[in-house]
Design a binder for this molecule. Sequence first.
Ligand code: HEM
Length: 439
Amino acid sequence: MGGVLGCLLTAWIIYNVLVVIGRLYLSPLSKIPGPRLAAATPWYETFVDLWYNNFPDALADMHKKYGPIVRPTPWEVSINDPDYYNEVYVTAGKRRTNYDAGSRSGLGMQDAIAITKDHDTHELRRKPVANFFSRPNVTRVESRISDEVRLLDAKLCRLKGTGSILSLDHAFTAYAGDIVVQFTCAEHPRLLDGPDFTPQWHKSICGDLNVVPLFRHIGWLSNLARFVPVGLLRALNPEVAGFRLFTLVGEGQIDKIKKGVAREDEKEGLEKKQSVFHDILRSDLPTSSLITYFVLADPEVKKRLEEELKDITAGFPEVVPRWAELEKLPYLQACIKEGLRINRFFRRNPRISPDPECWIGDYDPRMSRNFVPFTKGSRNCLGMNLGWAELYVCLAALFRPGGHNMSLAGTDESDIVPIFDGDVGAPKRGSKGFNVRFD
Ligand code: HEM
C-alpha cells in the first residue's frame, strides 16, 4: 500500500515538474517577461488575490518592473498600452473573440453572457438581449427610472431637518437593484420601499463580492456549495450562503421567465422578460457613491453642479428631467465621467483627486480615447445605456438646488475607494460605508 502511494506521489511530482518546465521553457508565452513564479504556477495569482486581495496592484507592479507586456499567469499576457487598446477590444467584424473565463469559471455562472467562452455562443446569447439594452429601448422605458428616482428622493426628503445619518450606499444599491430587476426580470423587488432602503440587499451584494475571489480560484468550492443546504451553509459561512442564495434566486427567476416566455412567446420589450439576473452583481452602482462623495467633499464642485441643474430640475418631482436633456449639461457630464474614470483606475492613487474641470473645453483627445469604463468591442458592457441613464437622472435629482442639505458623516475616502477585486470593484473590507447626514 505504502509502495503504491509512494509511486503515485512520485508520478504526481514528476508530472508537475514537467508541467512547470513546459510553462517556463516550451510555452509560446515563455519569452514574455514577468515573474518566473507567476509563469510557472497559477497559485501565484491565487495567493496574491486571496491573501492580499490586490492582484490588480500586483499586476501594476509587474508592469512597472518588466514593461508594458507581462505574463501574470501561465496562460495570460497583460498589455499596458493605451495605444494598443483598440487592437484588443474589437467588434466581431474585425476579429472573433473567444473569452477565457479562466478564474471566473468557478463562479458557477457559466451560462451568464459575460463569461461565455466561445465567440459564437456569446453572440447567440447576447444578440437577442442587445436590442433590449439599446439606447432607444432604455429611453422608451425611462419612466421606470424616473419613478424610482422620485421614490428615492421622496424618502430622502422625509429626512430633511432631522440631522439623520443615512447609509447612502444602501439607497443607491436599492435604487440600482430595483431598476435592473424591473428591467431584466419584469418584476419589482421594491428595495427602495423597504425600511432604511433594505440594507440586507446591500449586505448581500457586498457579501457576494467578498466570496468572488474564493470561488474564482477554487472553482470546485462553488460546485460543492450547490449540494449543501443553504441553512447549513449559512451556519458554516454566511457569505458563501449569501452567494448560493443569490444564485438560487437567479436560477429560480430564469426558470420562471423561461416558463413565462414559453407561454407568452413573442412580445415586445420588457414583456419579453429576458433575464440577465447574474449581471446584477455587475450593475450595482459604486459610481454613484463615488461621485456623490467627491461632490459633497468639495463645496466648489457642489455649488457649480447645483447652479447648472437649477433650470432643468425646476419642475421636479412632477417633471423628472430626461436623460437626453441631462447629458447635454457639461458639468454634470464631467462629474459622471470623472466618477467612472476614477472608479476604474484610482486604486493606486493615494488620494482621490477628481477634477471634473478636466472634461470641460478643449481637452487632450487622448482622454476620450482612454475613457473606457464600459470597455469596447463585442464584449463591452451590455447595460451601458441603462448605467448612464440611472446615473444622470439620480444625480440631477440629488443635487438640484434646494433639494437636500447633505454632508459627509464620518465617511472618508478609504470607505469609498474600490480596492477589493470582487470582479466588480468594492471598497475595503470593514468599510464604514457611505454615511451622509441630512439637515
Ligand atoms: C455604471 C455602471 C456600469 C459599469 C461601470 C459597467 C461596466 C462594465 C464593464 C467594464 C464590463 C466588461 C467586463 C469585462 O469584460 O470583464 C461590463 C460588462 C457587462 N455589463 Fe456592465 N457596467 C455597468 C452597468 C451595467 C448594467 C446596469 C447592466 C445590466 C443590467 C450591465 C450588464 C453587463 C453585462 C451583461 C456585461 C457582459 C457583456 C458581455 O460579455 O457581452 N452593466 N460592464
